[in-house]
Every structure is written in C-alpha cells, then in structure tokens.
Write a protein that binds this ligand. Structure first.
Ligand code: FES
Length: 148
C-alpha cells in the first residue's frame, strides 16, 4: 500500500525502518513504551525510536544519526514472518536494559521504500546500531558493550 508520495502506509500497528535513521512507530490506538521493569515511559500513537545507539535521549531519536552520518540499511528479509489477520491489537514495546527493543503485539514492520515488509506478534529490534541483521537484534549489543 502506498500514498501519493510513494511512502508506504500500512493500517493498524506499524514500525517503519527509516534508512540510516530511526524506527517510526505508529498505531491507531496508543502504543505502550515501557522500560525493562514495565514502568511506562510513554503511551502514544506515534514516536521515533533510536536504532543507531547514539541518541542522547534514548530510547527516542534525537537526530544524532545525521550528525554522525550513520549508515543503517532499511532493507531486510524475515524468515519468521507470521500471518496476522488483525493488526490492531495492543502493541507493547519494552526497552531492554543495554539491549534490544522487545516488541509484543501484532505489527507490520516495513522499510521506508516499501520493498521490505513483515508481520509479527513478537520481535526483537536492534537499538545498539551494531546488529548485522537490522532491524532485528542479533545479540551484538553484548559484544559491543552497549549501554542504554
Ligand atoms: S540491540 Fe543491537 S544487536 Fe541487540
């Protein structure tokens, strides 16, 4: 699905992977963003999460990827895609300490150019910037000693 500017738009819960930039989380109902202790950080219908690991305002994007000329592909493939009929259920994103975003709930994850897309009810997304399988976490946050 694409609108007139060719920007893909999917109904319900979605996470757009911007090239070299953040994860844009969007939903018709509030998404819960919480810390590892399940303390709510924010409930909102749209926000941008850092995926380069450089933001001074983690977990949110503060534009640091531009200053640091981050290179992070938007393209991906997903062997764990699930067939989901209702993409509107509760979406909870947990910011794991020094690690990934843990996603729970139905969501479409897609690239800004619309060429990559998957649907999931569970996912671990990289926020350290070092995964070789972006946007997914491949546990490189441990090797790189990510703090955040
Ligand atoms: S958070 Fe980046 S590899 Fe896990």
């Amino acid at each position: 699905m694409a609108n007139e500017s060719n920007k893909p738009v999917y109904p319900g819960n979605s996470i757009m992977v911007r090239p070299d930039g953040p994860l844009i989380c969007k939903a018709d109902n509030d998404i819960t963003l919480q810390d590892a202790d399940e303390k709510v950080i924010l409930k909102d219908k749209e926000f941008a999460l850092c995926r380069c690991g450089l933001s001074a305002n983690k977990p949110f994007c503060d534009g640091a990827h531009k200053k640091e000329a981050v290179s992070a592909s938007q393209s991906f493939t997903d062997e764990r895609a699930e067939d989901i009929s209702d993409i509107n259920g509760e979406l909870i994103i947990t910011v794991k300490k020094n690690a990934m975003y843990s996603i729970k709930g139905p969501v479409t994850i897609f690239s800004r150019d619309g060429l990559s897309k998957t649907t999931r009810t569970k996912a671990a997304l990289c926020r350290c910037g070092h995964s070789e399988n972006k946007p997914f976490c491949d546990v490189k946050h441990k090797k790189c000693g990510f703090i955040g």
